[in-house]
Design a protein around this ligand. Sequence first.
Ligand SMILES: [Ca+2]
Length: 85
Amino acid sequence: MTTKPTEDDLHAAFARADLGGDDKLDLMEFTLVLEHLGLAWTRAETQHRFEQADTNFDGFISYSELRAVLESEGWAGGLAPGARA
Ligand SMILES: [Ca+2]
């Protein structure tokens, strides 16, 4: 349960949830990422995190925004910064 994901894990989860293939996640896709990663947040928590994660207020979560919110939760702290391909 405490195993931290690798950068590849996170990127794969992002890609799987990105049903639109546009490199950004809407709220439903964001929820899918959480499910892929095994995070169990309530709908209200997910909505709250989504709004906090969307730091450029475009209504979508980019990969960097996803990483940032997970890191802020202390969940993805094992990821190497800047390791994104
Ligand atoms: Ca955004």
